[in-house]
Design a protein around this ligand. Structure first.
Ligand code: SIN
Length: 334
């Protein structure tokens, strides 16, 4: 591998999808083409000497799970530790892309750029957007000022913490809410809209303080032992029965997607208080697509510090995992 290389890891998704009809943009099968075919489809990329590819998984990202996350975190850490590697690109389905991006940002703490990209149309489509997105992602990974985990789609660069899929069909399916995009990729050049939002020591700005600053990638436990953290939602007619069922099954963390400023039906809130008192970690997010819960006097449940419900779940999962690890270590010492 030469100095300045970019590694492209394939995980599947629509970017690798195919249908028998070039006009069919919804009836296709995701995760069909290998990562080498994807890079070969981008003029100038396939033959670039400074590019290495690896297929980490081949799945529709609706099926993303802990085993692939663990493997991906390990491969990201492995490649980033090599001096010759300038940065990484990960091709991924759009459906859970924001979760994987946030997970990798918390677990790997990369200082080098890790750029996730995707497509809203399969590779076989008349409108295939994957090749351009992949080209843009490689441009971002090569850019000297880039670092940390970002997402590139439809010419826009989003921070892992802010990005959210907001549209099921549009090519520009992602948004960064109130934070706005980091910038744009235009004809191979970057036009930044704000400062690159990471520091140079482990990207502290993306991580809740409760999660260790060092990389956790090599110490992730077997996926069967990851703590169970679920999401429940507030809505008209919500009550506490779902919470009771989850607690009976041994859930260790609950994220509640509240209405508006994280408000909860009185019955749902009541049902969450006793597990919280018994040690189940409960975090209150908002089901609104932008903004964040503003804490106020008298709140009975802590808020998610601006994280969406799915990202608050990942943060809580890692926090509980870290607590287990710290507990095991202190037991070893005693
Ligand atoms: C997926 O998430 O893998 C399928 C949908 C997509 O990539 O747009």
């Amino acid at each position: 591998m030469q100095a300045g290389s970019i590694v492209v890891l394939g995980t599947g998704g629509t970017i690798a999808g195919r249908s028998i009809d070039a006009l069919d943009n919804i009836g296709y099968t995701a995760a069909q083409l290998g990562i080498e075919s994807l890079t070969a489809s981008v003029p100038g990329l396939g033959e670039a000497k400074l590019l290495l590819t690896e297929q980490v998984s081949q799945i529709d990202s609706k099926d993303m799970g802990f085993a692939v996350w663990r493997l991906l975190a390990q491969r990201v850490t492995h490649f980033l530790a090599r001096d010759e590697v300038k940065g990484l690109v990960i091709t991924h389905g759009t459906d859970t892309l924001e979760e994987t991006a946030f997970f990798v940002s918390l677990v790997c703490r990369p200082v080098k750029p890790v750029v996730l990209t995707c497509a809203m149309r399969p590779a076989s489509s008349l409108q295939a957007d994957g090749p351009q997105n992949l080209r843009d992602a490689v441009c971002v990974a090569r850019w000297p000022g880039a670092g940390g985990v970002v997402v590139v789609c439809a010419g826009r660069i989003h921070a892992a913490r802010d990005v959210q899929k907001v549209h099921p069909y549009r090519l520009d399916a992602f948004d960064s809410g109130d934070a706005g995009v980091i910038g744009h990729v235009e004809e191979g050049r970057l036009r930044l809209m704000r400062e690159w939002p990471f520091d140079k020591q482990g990207r502290a700005q993306v991580a809740p303080e409760s999660i260790a600053a060092e990389s956790l990638a090599q110490s992730l436990p077997d996926p069967a032992h990851w703590p169970r953290v679920e999401i429940v939602m507030n809505y008209a007619g919500a009550d506490g029965r779902l919470v009771e069922a989850l607690v009976a099954q041994g859930v260790r963390g609950l994220v509640v997607a509240g209405t508006g400023n994280g408000s909860l039906h009185v019955d749902l809130e009541q049902a969450l208080l006793s597990p919280q008192a018994a040690g189940v970690r409960v975090v209150r997010a908002s089901r609104c697509v932008a903004g964040q819960v503003l804490a106020k006097a008298g709140d009975k449940l802590p808020d998610s510090a601006g994280l969406t419900p799915v990202k608050a779940r990942i943060a809580l999962l890692l926090e509980l995992m870290q607590k287990d690890r710290d507990g095991d270590q202190s037991a070893d010492v005693s």
